[in-house]
Design a protein. Structure first.
Length: 494
């Protein structure tokens, strides 16, 4: 029996994943992965040396034929799928060496799957295990002006192509100097940004919200609605409202503009490029199931027995919205959050979380007392520690603190005061802040949770804690909320 692993390259995630599901129902197929046309996504898929690649082609969209050019470099056998009534695309695909050309709908039929399996022996003869062994040449361009391309060897490190919308020339030049970025396109806002993104298919969109902010927000909405591409926004330091409006419009991550010139920004941008594209819903009131849970939870509320402490960094605001949205207003633990964020945006985070959760939300002030059903956010200018049950202490940043607020200091203090009654959660983030705090809660007999790789924008923080065997359960942000409820109340649902 043939064992075939296929990669499907097309723009429509629903179609690609559905086709993969249909193919893997056949015993001849051992797996099927879908990727979109982003060069970085295609490279990563091909590094696994699939047996066959299925590429969508369209005479009006060059993206499919650019992928075919890429396949030639690794001698990958491929099949093209074209929309009905596009003979030009079908002929071009055959001329380019396709084993066959199918109409998209044909591949869902039993006959289509059978035709695929019958031509696999021929595909195997055409370098089944070929990988991208030679450097890929990629040009660096701004507004149509192309410079000498860089050479990137796949498999050594992830290199990405960036579409900068509304950014300065100096920022574009800074990006092109990074070995992690092999191509930078620039465009204006609005329709020009959409047209450029459709044409070049970057790995990540980078939108400057500095001037004009309204035009930048409108452009984010346009890009997210028209394309399925990861997007990061750059926000002025004094505009916390704009910061979270960018999240509402679909940005995967939002950072302060000056950070683009600082250490660690390129890694953040690369991390965003790896996220699954597509608009995520803005914060909304919790569903009916959560309101039912709230009614049940009120029956069991009593004096606060423990505490929930959360470490969060890059990509954290969206994870927090989902996680906290699962908790009822009668949740009987106080919640403490240390989120790495620019000081100018902490007020916006407070407002945003209030919209997303039934819990009360407040930024910690010196001497504040923890309250059941309240989310206490550490300010970005200092660290929060639990000094005794019910009392919070604010301290300035110390020389040894890499981040402010410090996730480690918050979680370690929670472990020291609450012991086995502490619950620690470590969400998406870069670096290792929070890992020592999770270890302290684990060693004190508390319950520890981590966000999973698939839903994390950056898996470094939760991944390190998991690797060190400090975590009791790993899940998505929504599932983490359910696990917390089960731990606190003994069952889920109540």
């Amino acid at each position: 029996m043939t064992s075939i692993w296929v990669v499907i390259v097309c723009d429509d995630s629903f179609f690609g994943e559905k086709l993969g599901s249909v193919l893997t129902e056949s015993p001849d197929f051992v797996g099927a992965d879908w990727v979109d046309f982003r060069p970085n996504a295609v490279r990563q898929a091909l590094e696994g040396s699939p047996d066959l690649v299925i590429v969508e082609v369209d005479s009006l969209n060059p993206a499919g034929f650019q992928v075919i050019d890429h396949l030639h470099q690794g001698s990958f056998p491929f099949i093209a799928m074209a929309v009905a009534g596009d003979p030009e695309a079908s002929q071009r695909a055959m001329d380019a060496g396709a084993l066959a050309v199918f109409e998209r709908e044909e591949l869902f039929s039993a006959a289509g799957c059978k035709s695929l399996t019958q031509m696999i022996p021929k595909a195997f003869q055409r370098a089944k295990s070929a990988a991208l062994s030679s450097p890929v040449k990629v040009g660096v361009a701004t507004r149509g002006r192309t410079e000498e391309p860089k050479a990137v060897t796949p498999g050594i490190s992830v290199a990405i192509q960036v579409h900068l919308v509304g950014g300065s020339t100096s920022l574009a030049q800074l990006l092109t100097r990074s070995p992690r970025i092999v191509h930078v396109w620039q465009s204006g806002y609005g329709a020009e940004a959409v047209e450029t993104a459709l044409r070049v298919r970057p790995d990540v969109l980078l939108v400057n919200l500095d001037q004009p902010m309204a035009k930048g927000l409108e452009t984010i909405a346009l890009l997210v609605n028209r394309l399925k591409l990861p997007l990061m926004a750059l926000c002025p330091s004094n505009e916390d409202g704009i910061f979270f409006q960018a999240y509402d419009r679909g940005a995967q991550e939002v950072v302060e503009y000056a950070q683009a010139y600082g250490e660690g920004f390129i890694e953040q941008l690369v991390a965003v490029s790896r996220t699954r594209s597509g608009r995520q819903a803005s914060p909304v009131p919790p569903p009916q199931a959560s309101r039912k849970l709230e009614a049940n939870a009120k029956k069991t509320v009593h004096e606060t027995p423990g505490i929930l402490a959360i470490a969060s960094s890059t990509g954290g605001p969206k994870a927090l919205v989902t996680f906290l949205g699962t908790l009822p207003s009668a949740f009987r633990y106080p919640v403490l959050i240390a989120q790495h964020i620019h000081p100018d945006y902490i007020g916006g985070l407070e407002t945003w979380l209030r919209r997303a959760t039934q819990l009360n939300v407040a930024i910690v002030e010196q001497g504040a007392r923890v309250t059941p059903g309240t989310v206490h956010i550490a300010p970005a200018t200092g660290n929060v520690e639990v000094k005794e049950k019910g009392v919070l202490f604010l301290s300035p940043k110390r020389a040894e603190d890499v981040y402010t607020p410090s996730c480690d200091r918050l979680l370690i203090s929670a472990a020291r005061v609450y012991g086995s009654q502490a619950i620690g959660v470590i969400l998406t983030g870069m670096g290792q802040d929070g890992v020592a705090g999770i270890a302290a809660i684990k060693n004190a007999g508390g319950y520890t949770l981590a966000q999973d790789r698939e839903s994390s924008m950056v898996f470094s923080m939760p991944g390190t804690a998991i690797e060190r065997k400090l975590i009791d359960a790993v899940a998505t942000p929504e599932q983490l909320g359910m696990l917390v409820m089960k731990q606190v109340y003994g069952k889920w649902p109540l």
